[in-house]
Design a protein around this ligand. Structure first.
Ligand code: SF4
Length: 321
């Protein structure tokens, strides 16, 4: 643990690989069932049209439904851009493939296998990391993901929960319940897949006690990793209209600091704290406008935790739920 404060992701990767390892995040052309036309929904209320794509992944041109030459070209281009950047900026040597945008298990098995195989063939990867939703995991998909472990890869799934409160999940139009989440989570664990839980702090109608409930719910599952995000409101999202009318707001740095400390204190010692804040393009978000930079927040968190003499797991209690 970081001076006994919390178990950070960089610490975890250094322990595992002996030096820093870097994610190569790509948009492999998947969509999201929560944004599908037939559902009559614009997706989660905080979601913009990019579905968590990083800027360098936003190449022009439609991505087709199969692993045809267009899709291959898109994936090649994104991979090359990311790897070149990481090598130049950080002298990176160890790479982890990260399928990040939208729901990366939302397709039939054949297509999933083809996309994963092709993407993995473009680099010397140590891990396959898949970001997805609870309603896009079933036994066959868990089996497929687990099969990559036999090829010597570490396999992670990042599963979105956001809140354990079903009322909040309805309010933000997540399109799944906390029970759906638990079903998918257990299925992944049955196949020995490392799983990280996504949580968003400051969702509409939620305060510290709701956030603590979500953290305790998550801690009870003893996840391999957890990602904390402060709510961001992109202009291009359904939540923006509510924000514009003054009906919702985002957490301040000070509020988010309290939420993150409360979350860390309740996580088991072995859970990797993979993220502390949300990333989005400044010109694309209505709020927050004045949130601290990532490294500043990390330093503030360490100082505050030291001052309070607190640490990861201090308030962890097994079997709360
Ligand atoms: S699951 Fe992800 S991509 Fe789909 S609507 Fe929600 S935030 Fe957007």
């Amino acid at each position: 643990m970081d001076k006994n404060l919390f178990y950070s992701y960089s610490q975890y990767l250094k322990q595992l690989y002996g030096r820093p390892a870097f994610r190569v995040g790509i948009d492999a052309g998947f969509s999201c069932p929560n944004r599908a036309d037939g559902r009559n929904s614009a997706g989660c209320s905080y979601c913009d049209a990019f579905g968590a794509r990083a800027m360098y992944q936003r190449t022009e041109g439609a991505i087709s439904d199969d692993v045809d030459e267009n899709l291959r070209e898109e994936i090649r281009l994104q991979t090359a851009t990311a790897v070149n950047f990481l090598k130049k900026r950080y002298k990176a040597e160890i790479f982890l493939l990260y399928l990040q945008a939208f729901s990366n298990t939302h397709a039939d098995l054949q297509h999933l296998r083809a996309v994963y195989d092709y993407s993995l063939s473009l680099g010397d990867y140590r891990e396959l990391i898949i970001s997805t939703r609870p309603d896009c995991i079933d036994r066959k998909k868990a089996e497929l993901l687990a099969s990559y472990k036999e090829r010597g890869l570490d396999v992670w799934v990042e599963l979105g929960l956001q809140s354990s409160n079903n009322e909040t999940l309805k309010r933000i139009d997540r399109g799944h319940s906390s029970e759906d989440f638990i079903r998918s989570y257990r299925l992944l664990k049955e196949y020995g897949i490392k799983t990280a839980v996504h949580l968003i702090f400051g969702l509409p109608g939620e305060g510290l006690s709701d956030i603590i409930s979500s953290c305790e719910f998550t801690a009870d599952l003893n996840p391999d990793g957890v990602k904390f995000h402060n709510l961001h409101i992109p202009y291009n999202s359904p939540l923006y209209e509510e924000y514009r009318r003054g009906l919702v707001d985002v957490p301040t740095t000070k509020e988010h600091l309290e939420y993150v400390i409360a979350g860390i204190e309740r996580m088991p010692e072995s859970t990797v704290i993979m993220r502390l804040t949300c990333d989005s393009q400044e010109n694309e978000r209505a709020a927050p406008k004045d949130f601290m930079k990532k490294t500043e927040f990390y330093n503030l968190l360490r100082t505050e935790m030291e001052m309070r003499n607190t640490f990861q797991g201090r308030l962890y209690k097994y079997n709360l739920i």
